[in-house]
Design a binder for this molecule. Structure first.
Ligand code: WTA
Length: 656
């Protein structure tokens, strides 16, 4: 649990109803309308989703079955033929939106580009044709390791267009992490760039790809397509590596979208869990298209004149669903920004809002806390009056940060949508609909229509109001993950068996603690498993531990999260050393560097504590609860009777 404490939640009584003006022009205009839609969805979920699928999407061929639910495996809209790239592009070309800005892009050094729907369509078709020329076929997997440049969206849409599944790997991941993901996904081709801009430096990407592919360690990868971004020196391996701008020359801009089966694989996105390697979360075509489309439309209350900006990276699910697919499927103008606040330009986010007249701004609580720290003089010096709606995602937001966002950025006129969801859910699950639901600072409020979310105990029973429990979902929904790539058993175990199925009723276990208040509002408390959320990035403690023990000096490692004012949580690693190694400042630094090399900078431990032994139960399980208390400087409370050797605890205490 990070910033949000039970005490602060129980005291939080402020209520912010939407203004009459906002509600009047919103897609969903009142609480009564929201409740009516929910009632309709609950009475006949299949009819509800089928009607939306019919109204909101283009189908090459209509489905025959709305839902085939063989718990925990769902198939939506079977028999249907559809293409998400068609829904994001082609269908808008027949309307006035043809010449509307689809993508506004701001590069970090100040360059920018706007692509209309017609232009984006053209580029996507060209890249799709290039992929085909390189032998990529329907059903193949393509790795994407790109900075935040238009080609990232173009690459995703090009894959979807020809029926190749993409697996986007966040550009901040190391070569090792990239290799693992390419191997697991058996990628045939990788799309990357020479480098990308990050806080005024050109960070290498192609060099990382070279390292990941070295010595044929990913045998399935035959080709690498390289976008020129930073013009830094890179190696091009003849026969394997190709410049995108070379192959784009003269290639046809005509590439009809492949009619895909509804349940054809759209993408794999790797995410951390509490055990083992990151899992390949599988999303398929039609259900994901529908769910991201309708959530974007209603939650961000998209109007055709809006400029919409989500600050996530394309390497995370938020970038997939709410920079690319959801907004484009709606024919919206989506803004993409390569940069981040940095010493040379701490106010850059507000510059972008002012320059492009951004109307909807969606970011993470960690970013908001950083904005607060940098000072309100920065946003106050810009004209932010274009904003009409704000959103947050990725971690619980503390009421103070919420209030600052509301007052300083939103000028007390913009509703805030605090959206709870996960890589696995495909789209937003618990959220205010901004014209309908009054908000409370720190609460994600109510479930999206058609989503039956609950707070339950481990038997699956609803817990009473204001008591803690586990966030769970009762019914399948179109955007849900379908399986773990190559490991359906892991899918079942991880998500559907924590709460034992009862009478054939399966309950989805999200891994988050939550409570509902007397109004039914959800207050998400944070992860209840061994996943830590650092600056909105999700990391498995076990992954970091594996990285640490892969260093020759480390015998054992235990990683826990400790509350952090800025990042929500900070990584603390307890490490025991092999006999011949002694604790030192150098080794401490070296181990941090080693984790960065194995996973990426996002996993750098804030603190490494050397210890002689780790606290374990008699059966050999590390007692993380104790470590968590120690890491955050709290008194170790609760039962310590199962501890194998009590002196370990005393030594750890002395060390702190
Ligand atoms: C956390 C990101 C509180 C939660 C979309 C979840 C949140 C994990 C919120 C998923 C929120 C996300 N309030 N916590 N509004 N949104 N989380 O897969 O712990 O990167 O389980 O997806 O982020 O992280 P993921």
């Amino acid at each position: 649990m990070s910033q949000v404490t039970i005490e602060s939640i129980l005291q939080e009584k402020r209520l912010f109803p939407p203004s009459a003006e906002f509600s009047q022009s919103a897609h969903i205009k009142s609480l009564a309308e929201y409740q009516q839609i929910c009632a309709r969805a609950q009475a006949d979920p299949q009819k509800f989703w089928a009607e939306l699928a019919e109204q909101e999407l283009h189908w090459f061929q209509k489905w025959t079955t709305v839902l085939d639910w063989q718990p925990p495996f769902a198939k939506w809209f079977e028999g249907g033929k559809i293409n998400i790239s068609y829904n994001c592009l082609d269908r808008h070309l027949a309307t006035w939106r043809k010449n509307k800005a689809a993508l506004i892009w701001e590069g970090e050094p100040g360059d920018s580009r706007t692509l209309t729907y017609a232009q984006l369509h053209r580029e996507v078709c060209q890249m799709a044709n290039v992929l085909k020329q390189l032998g990529v076929q329907k059903g193949d997997r393509v790795g994407i390791y790109l900075p935040m440049i238009p080609e990232a969206a173009i690459a995703m849409l090009a894959c979807a267009r020809i029926g190749a599944a993409h697996t986007v790997v966040f550009g901040g991941f190391s070569a090792e992490a990239l290799r693992d993901r390419l191997v697991d996904g058996q990628a045939k081709l990788v799309i990357t760039a020479d480098g990308g801009w990050r806080k005024d430096t050109a960070v290498p990407l192609k060099a990382q790809v070279d390292k990941a592919l070295a010595d044929g360690s990913v045998p399935t990868v035959k080709d690498v397509l390289v976008v020129r971004r930073t013009a830094q020196q890179i190696q091009m391996e003849p026969g394997r590596d190709h410049w995108w701008h070379d192959l784009q020359q003269g290639v046809s801009a005509n590439c009809p979208a492949e009619p895909m089966d509804s349940e054809d694989l759209l993408f794999i996105l790797y995410t951390s869990g509490s055990t083992g390697k990151p899992k390949g979360v599988v999303h398929t075509t039609a259900g994901y298209n529908l769910y991201t489309h309708i959530t974007t439309k209603w939650i961000f209350d998209l109007q055709d004149t809006d400029v919409y900006w989500c600050t996530a990276d394309i390497g995370w699910i938020t970038g997939h669903s709410y920079i690319v697919y959801g907004p484009l499927s709606n024919g919206a103008t989506t803004l993409m920004y390569e940069g981040a606040p940095r010493p040379s330009n701490p106010g850059c986010m507000w510059d972008v809002i002012e320059k492009h007249g951004v109307n909807i701004f969606y970011t993470a609580p960690t970013a908001i806390r950083a904005f607060i720290k940098m000072g309100e003089h920065l946003p106050n010096a810009r004209n932010l009056s274009s904003l009409r709606l704000l959103g947050t995602v990725g971690e619980p937001i503390n009421p103070e940060a919420w209030m600052w966002y509301y007052r300083i950025i939103g000028g007390e006129r913009c509703p805030i949508v605090d959206t709870w969801w996960q890589t696995e859910t495909g789209g937003i699950m618990v959220t205010p609909l901004p014209g309908a639901i009054a908000t409370k600072p720190g609460s994600a409020t109510l479930p999206f229509p058609g989503i039956i979310a609950d707070v339950v105990d481990l038997e699956g029973n609803n817990v009473p109001a204001n008591e803690g429990g586990y966030l769970a979902v009762r019914h399948p929904w179109p955007g849900m993950m379908r399986t773990v790539f190559g490991d359906p058993d892991r899918f079942r175990r991880t998500y559907w068996e924590h709460i034992p199925p009862k009478d054939g009723q399966y309950t989805y276990f999200a891994g988050d603690g939550a409570r509902r208040d007397e109004d039914g509002y959800f207050w998400v408390m944070g992860r209840v498993d061994d996943v830590i959320n650092v600056a909105g990035h999700r990391l498995g403690t076990m992954e970091i531990e594996s990285a640490l023990v892969s260093h020759p000096a480390v015998a054992e490692a235990a990683v826990v999260g400790k509350p952090d004012d800025l990042k929500g949580e900070e990584i603390v690693a307890f490490v025991t050393l092999e006999g011949t190694f002694d604790p030192s400042e150098e080794l401490n630094k070296e181990l941090k560097k080693h984790v960065v090399q194995e996973i990426g900078a996002i996993a750098r431990p804030g603190e490494i504590r050397f210890t002689e032994a780790l606290p374990k139960t008699r059966s050999g399980k590390i007692m993380r609860r104790l470590l968590r208390s120690l890491a955050s400087g709290q008194e170790v409370s609760g039962d310590t009777s199962t501890l194998e050797d009590r002196s370990v605890l005393d030594k750890l205490r002395e060390g702190t």
